[in-house]
Design a binder for this molecule. Structure first.
Ligand SMILES: [Zn+2]
Ligand SMILES: [Zn+2]
Length: 396
């Protein structure tokens, strides 16, 4: 039924067949559907809710300049959906943007901050027969155009016309029409809003480890035991990694990684990480190394952690203009594969939510604190200094 609904949405918006590829729909099987948009269609329902004029939102004006303001509640236009945010989760990217800024292509200031959220549909724009008012959903934080050259090549995460959605740290968030179509999912009843909000970073991690081709029996070294490093840890364990080595500078985080299943932990502030990884891999190095921090020094360090023929996934984004040194001998004679991955695709978002819902990957331990929207500045202060907080769930 889910797919039929999607098809109706596609049909209405007159989108090219390439959408079917993204959403995994066999259009040929569905061509016998009657016009889904006939006047009598029971699927068309335009809802309205008692309009609240203003809402609280955390507006980001610049580096470390985050303000709680009362702003107008957005209205859902044609094809758009207005959602009451029930939970938003803090993200390493948010912290990075808060502390040092980010590329303008992705975030234009001032803006409502935050991008990991889940909530309840309160208003459905004209022309949409899905979702329904009251439905529990998650969406975003991106939607590819499906038309550009990169999309046509199947690299949806590199779409040249990507739209980004910021606005999680607010009472309401308006989901753009394209995002309703390609990157919004219903949340199963047994999944909490805060769990569902983690779909976004998890989708990025899934995309990364798939590209890095982690295999059953691999030894994987992960630099960084923050939220992203820990998501990598949970995922590669499920993919059959025989040994996972967590590397960080903070002892508390390494303990946390151990609790989540890390087989070995290395405090890179106390010992030489490359030496240590070699020691626990019989002198060879890991099959795969994942950098989950976003610093040139750790990007370079990751290259020293793998065996000949190993793979290095540079996952953490470095500041624009960053360059790193690569040992050509290692790359050539050691046949290293070095790759970067950025963001994720609608397919991975869908897969991520399913894996969270089935608890194949249990993301619940990653939420270490819950705070109110009004306390958002405090939340970022805590994240900047705390050694033990992983993700904070913000409840408006
Ligand atoms: Zn995120
Ligand atoms: Zn595109």
């Amino acid at each position: 039924m889910q797919e039929t609904c999607h098809f109706r949405r596609l049909h209405h918006w007159g989108l090219p067949p390439v959408y079917s590829l993204v959403l995994g729909i066999d259009l040929l099987e569905k061509t016998d559907l009657k016009s889904p948009l006939s006047e009598k269609s029971p699927y068309i329902s335009i809802h309205s809710f008692k309009r609240v004029i203003e809402m609280k939102a955390a507006m980001l004006y610049g580096v470390k300049d985050l303000r709680i303001e009362d702003i107008p509640v957005p209205k859902a236009g044609a094809g758009e959906v207005l959602v009451k945010v029930k939970a938003a989760t803090t993200c390493g990217t948010d912290l990075k943007i808060f502390q040092r800024g980010y590329v303008e292509k992705v975030i234009k200031l001032p803006t409502i901050f935050g991008h990991e959220w889940a909530g309840e549909v309160v208003e459905v724009g004209e022309g949409l027969e899905w979702p329904e008012k009251g439905m529990r959903v998650r969406a975003g934080n991106s939607a590819p155009c499906l038309h550009c050259t990169m999309c046509q090549k199947g690299k949806y995460n590199l779409c040249e016309n990507m739209i980004w959605l910021w606005g999680a740290y607010a009472e309401y968030v308006k989901v753009p029409a394209r995002m309703v179509l390609v990157n919004m999912q219903e949340i199963p009843q047994h999944v909490s809003f805060e769990e569902a909000a983690i779909t976004e970073p998890f989708a990025c991690v899934l995309h990364g480890v798939e590209e890095a081709r982690v295999k059953l029996g691999d030894t994987v070294a992960i630099i960084g035991a923050g939220p992203i490093g820990l998501l990598h840890l949970l995922t590669v364990k499920k993919m059959g990694a025989e040994k996972v080595i967590a590397i960080d500078l903070v002892e508390e985080r390494l303990h946390f990684a151990e609790k989540l299943g890390a087989d070995e932990t290395v405090n890179a502030g106390k010992v030489d990480a490359a030496e240590e990884v070699r020691q626990v891999t019989g002198g060879y190095g890991a099959d795969v190394a994942i950098e989950a921090i976003g610093l040139p020094s750790t990007w370079e360090q990751a290259l020293k952690l793998v065996r000949k023929g190993g793979t290095v996934l540079e996952f953490g984004g470095c500041p624009p203009g960053t360059e790193i040194k690569v040992n050509a001998e290692m790359l050539h004679y050691g046949e290293l594969t070095m790759l970067g991955t950025f963001h994720t695709t609608p397919l991975h978002f869908k897969k991520a939510l399913n894996l969270i819902a089935s608890r194949t990957i249990d993301v619940r331990p990653l939420i270490t604190r819950r705070m109110k929207l009004e306390e958002i500045k405090e939340a970022f202060k805590i994240l900047s200094t705390s050694k033990s907080e992983i993700k904070i769930a913000i409840n408006p």
